[in-house]
Design a protein around this ligand. Sequence first.
Ligand SMILES: Nc1ncnc2c1ncn2[C@@H]1O[C@H](COP(=O)(O)OP(=O)(O)OP(=O)(O)O)[C@@H](O)[C@H]1O
Ligand SMILES: [Mg+2]
Length: 438
Amino acid sequence: MKIKSFKIENIGKFSDLEINFSKNDHIDNHIVIIGNNGSGKTTILESIALSLSWFVAKVKSAKSSGTAIQELKVKNDSPSGNIQIVVNNYDKDFSWTLAKAKRGRKNGTRTNLDGLNKLVDIYRTNYTNNDFTSFPVLTYYDANRGVLDIPLRIRTKHNFEQLDGYHNSLKGIVDYRTFFEWFRQREDEENEDKIKLLDSFKTKNVADSKILAQVNKVADKQLDCVRKAISTFLPEFSNIRVERKPRLHLAVNKNGKKLNLEQLSQGEKLTMAMVGDIARRLSIQYPSLTNPLNGEGIILIDEAELHMHPKWQRKLVKRLNETFPKCQFIYSTHSPLLISDFKDVKCYSLNDELLIPVNQLYGLDVNQVLLEAMDTNIRNVEVQAIVDDFRDSISSKNINKANQLLKNLNEHLPENHIEMIKSRLLIKKLHIANEKNQ
Ligand SMILES: Nc1ncnc2c1ncn2[C@@H]1O[C@H](COP(=O)(O)OP(=O)(O)OP(=O)(O)O)[C@@H](O)[C@H]1O
Ligand SMILES: [Mg+2]
């Protein structure tokens, strides 16, 4: 399942905004939305999550409802607002509209769930006939996802069937608690399988080394999927596991050294939890795939660079694409690094309620992205004005003025700053040229 297009009318700050993610039958897999604070990025992601919540609700039970549009979200001064989505699934388009009128007002557009009901019916019929039916992963990670609920005790025993993969999936959080409980339960089952296999060798005359090799091969398919995703995304991490002493915790090896997951940095913890969360849901929702990481999904990530070092920001989109090749990702970001390091990124800039496609940014350096896509000066305006005047005086061969401006620049920048070094070289060149001409 992929989103093909999306439209909101009178929601948040938008009167009428439409986004089309498809061109010539190709639907983009990585869509990045940039824009100033308050330009409406979160409004778009939240509205998509809200639309998708209706699929999740109805696939569980045809009479259920998803999240309703809150009155507060309807544009001020408008009596009503609506959200329309078109998804492509099984090579067909399905669309549905959600509308909300303020108290006592009439709706301009009606809620229409015909397309959704048709789509949901296909899934429910398939699931009725086949226990191993797959369901697309649909998740939303909001900008407050940084607070992870680390459980000290295991409280719930889970029955993880396909639809349980949707638990808490569009609430904006990284569901670390369920991840932990699920991981422990699956690992217990994996260990039981190992013991059973060991027992079966008891009466047979097999060399210990052969037995060990066989036992080590026993791996829970779902856990394997999470382990694989984490080490594809973060190659320095391996062997995520539950340890029982001194008390129950998740452990992982970082460059070969064992760490409690709680000891990781905020960025490491959050990234691992998010990648683990997507992989866990795929493994539950794609029971018949040999490699569930090839399952489909729609993943919404607000402020995708949250807590990430620039090095990781640069790799984020590329690594997510490698780890989850069939998922569609929609990100919002303030980071120029996120949008310049992967070719198949479609970037849109939000400006005055308009969503403007941004030209190919692949391979541009950060300064160019800041200047061209984010409309931001690469340095302080005052310093930039001196640098510009300095360059002008060099061009007009006015060495006295250039010297004066260099002094001014030095009040703002240290001697070893690249701009100072460049400027001194330019003055030196001008001196040499002047001497030659005399
Ligand atoms: N009901 C409403 N009617 C009109 N304008 C609204 C309404 N609700 C929110 N807004 C406007 O929308 C803006 C919030 O948009 P949103 O949170 O989507 O921005 P953002 O691009 O995610 O910003 P940031 O980068 O700071 O997270 C606010 O600045 C507010 O002015
Ligand atoms: Mg926001």
